[in-house]
Design a protein around this ligand. Sequence first.
Ligand code: 3EB
Length: 341
Amino acid sequence: MKVTKTTSLSVTLVPERDFKEFSTSSNNILATVFYGRETSTSAPKDYLQIPVSLPQVGNEPLVEVWTSSLRHEVNQYENIYYAANSEMVFGSISFKETKNDGLEKLAFRAYKEVFEFLDQKQFPYLVRCWNYFPNINQVTNGIERYKLFCSGRHDAFSEKYQAIHNHLPAASAVGSQSGPLTINFIAARNHSGSHIENPRQVSAYQYPMVYGKRSPSFARATYMDWGSSKHLYLAGTASIIGHKSCHLENPLMQSQEIQKNLDSLLNNCASVMNKDVEKLEIEDASIVKTYIKDVALFPLIKDAMEEQMTGVESKLYLIGDICRKELLLEVEGVWSVNSLD
Ligand code: 3EB
């Protein structure tokens, strides 16, 4: 695999009050994500600005900032706002539900449009997806909304790909308090990432039917070599062993189980990634996001996370519903990878 050595992508959290200074200094911002905001995604800027309606909890408001070494353009394609350079695109699509256009249909349509966009603009490789929509655990006509979402997404992936599991990127699906269905994504032009599973967990795309007629379309992790920066994107990771939720109603034990899942996933990533000749080492995470179902659990979960991840500076805590109603939190992040050669 040949990659341009100078291409980079980085992610960090910047306090909102320092953001202006950050953005006017030499940083080449590709995209920003503002959590807890309702304002619409805007195009006429030097970078993509995406609001996500999940409230932040913690000391001071933070902005998630993605920077890249390459020159990019910001534009709109149908319902997709994006920032693209020669190697990568950061995009966002939002659809409002109506009586006639329910969640399943919209998830299908949104992913179809993302695939069409990626074809048109020649970014064939999805690297990471984030899915947000309200009332994720609500049951309508006997089916939970998360399952409807999974059906629509699955249908779009199956229409696009024959063996879909080879193409599924790391993802998160989190319940917002309000707002449209929003899908944020990163895709690559020249290299596909490697999608990696967790030996402690059944692959989500192989979950039994009790979790929905169509399985969730995501990988546990995606490794991407951008060139000078290499990233491991870990999907939303919950207290699930095999395919079963564990430690119901116990946030501390769920946190600890999540840590075991992250450790096992990172170990598996290290061994999969080192099958090539290049020797790679996983560093501390660049950013870790914890989604918490109930704000009352924040102090306890924060303590657990701070203890478990002492080396990680950029931690963000967001209030959101987890896609199984018995789960109290979920953790995702981006881990930097170094070449030892
Ligand atoms: C799980 O492991 C927990 O549907 O895109 C985590 C990450 C979860 C992504 C998704 C769902 C998704 O099944 C839920």
